[in-house]
Design a binder for this molecule. Structure first.
Ligand code: ATP
Ligand code: PAF
Ligand code: BAL
Length: 435
């Protein structure tokens, strides 16, 4: 990665955001938008899951599940042999079915409809952590059956992103689901438990052949605009097309009554809400579950990609959360009613970023952490379009994305993170609720 001067980095993070401005990097060509990894280790946060938080129906939206290019489950501790006895495959010592084909999901799903049992779907890309588990807990509380999909959907990865190295932790995921299912069984407050994992192949999900990851790839896609074009959609031009397409497929296959998504990916929840509403999908509710944060206590949102940070970058990784909290503070300082100006709110966030960057740049290359703000946004909760003022009756969404560059001059034995600590792009957000 090209070395950048302190000034260049600092300038990038301090760009004025006067007009509509999100603070955004000027190019989208950074080598890999994301970090990569392959790990079979569960994050510590998964081993000590936090208690379920109340789910919120902030927005209605569904999610998709990933299928993978992974070296997947055939050798898994779950004992899943890909083609043998597909209707009987289960996570060992549990009643959780492993479904790999669309037809096996149909066979599983049909009797539940006849029995009037409610079914929830929790779409994931695997590499499960406590954030995923909180979605599943919320789903089990209110539904007779919970289906979890695990599919690394290639269509939502840009050509220069980390599809090839996205963490795949199938065995650990099965173990986490088994443990959570036992917890759900012991907790009398739940209506249901985990009934099935849907882990399809890409051949199953894209029967006409995978259409490709290019912006101009031809094929059957679902696009949701303009919400899918801004913010994350601007940095990742094929991302929401891939998410909407795979979610539509997952919803069609699993026919859930409710779908569960994390607030951590807030724009995704808005896209899914539009998808469900605009395509008249027979989904009763899109449930958005609050963001689980690292038990370290510094506010970092749990994310499958945090494993790439390593110890040095992990210490600074909460800069986005701190910036968004400062912006939230500025919003709340204005009292209960009226409107709030964008500059006063986002200015507080930028100040935190600038100060943090300044502190880092005072340090030696062997100790400092370099990062770039991709964007800081204050947006309308329904459209994700930028706001100049926030009407306190309506609220808004503060969000951002930061890229952490690989560390310079790593020390002897320094923990660089999985896959040697490549560039990591993390997102976060805070909802400004109506007052
Ligand atoms: N910290 C979290 N709290 C609550 N929900 C979360 C959290 N992290 C992810 N989710 C939700 O879990 C679902 C599956 O997400 P996904 O499998 O992509 O994990 P992820 O941690 O977001 O991964 P990535 O690092 O690739 O963004 C999504 O609805 C996502 O919003
Ligand atoms: C919703 C989703 C599972 C679709 O692949 C993915 O975008 C995710 O994990 O948030
Ligand atoms: N959690 C969003 C999935 C992605 O970044 O691809």
């Amino acid at each position: 990665m090209r070395m950048q001067s302190t000034n260049a980095l600092f300038r990038r993070a301090t760009l004025s955001s006067s007009t509509l401005s999100i603070v955004r990097r000027s190019t989208l060509t950074t080598a890999r938008g994301f970090s990569s990894t392959s790990t079979t280790n569960l994050p510590a946060s998964l081993r000590t899951p936090t208690r379920t938080q109340p789910s919120q129906t902030i927005q209605q939206l569904p999610t998709v599940t990933p299928s993978t290019t992974r070296t997947m489950a055939s050798s898994s501790a779950c004992g899943s042999s890909p083609s043998s006895s597909p209707t009987l495959e289960k996570i060992p010592n549990t009643s959780i079915r492993i479904l790999r084909t669309v037809s096996s999901v149909h066979r599983f799903r049909r009797p539940l409809t006849l029995d009037s049992r409610s079914v929830a779907l929790v779409p994931t890309m695997g590499a499960l952590h406590a954030g995923h588990l909180s979605l599943i807990r919320a789903a089990a509380r209110d539904n007779h059956h919970v289906m979890v999909s695990i599919y690394v959907n290639p269509a939502q990865f840009g050509v220069r992103e980390d599809l090839g190295s996205y963490p795949v932790t199938w065995d650990a995921d099965c173990a986490a689901l088994a443990a959570l299912d036992r917890e759900l069984a012991d907790d009398g407050e739940n209506l249901g438990r985990i009934s099935a994992v849907f882990a399809p192949t890409t051949g199953e999900m894209y029967p006409a052949g995978f259409p490709g990851q290019e912006v101009d790839s031809k094929g059957s896609f679902v696009t949701i605009t303009p919400v899918g074009e801004v913010l994350e959609g601007s940095s990742r031009p094929t991302f929401f097309r891939g998410v909407a397409t795979v979610c539509m497929k997952l919803f069609n296959v699993c026919q859930p009554d409710r779908v569960y998504f994390g607030q951590k990916d807030v724009q995704q929840t808005v896209v899914i809400k539009r998808l469900v509403e605009d395509f008249l999908m027979p989904i009763e509710q899109v449930v958005v579950v609050p963001t689980e944060r690292d038990p370290e206590g510094d506010g970092l949102a749990l994310s499958s990609r945090n494993v790439y940070l390593g110890s040095r970058r992990r210490k600074v990784a909460n800069v986005l959360y701190r910036a968004l909290k400062a912006a939230e503070g500025a919003y709340n300082a204005g009292g209960e009613e009226g409107t709030r100006e964008r500059e006063g709110i986002l200015g507080a966030a930028r100040k935190v970023v600038e100060e943090t960057l300044k502190e880092q740049m005072k340090m030696e290359p062997g100790r400092r952490v370099r990062f770039e703000v991709d964007y800081l946004s204050l947006a309308d909760p329904e459209t994700m379009l930028e706001l100049e003022t926030v009407d306190t009756k309506k609220g808004g969404i503060l969000s951002g994305a930061v890229r952490f560059l690989p560390v310079e001059e790593p020390g002897e034995g320094e923990d660089l993170g999985h896959s040697g600590g490549p560039l990591v792009r993390l997102i976060d957000n805070i909802i400004l609720p109506p007052k």
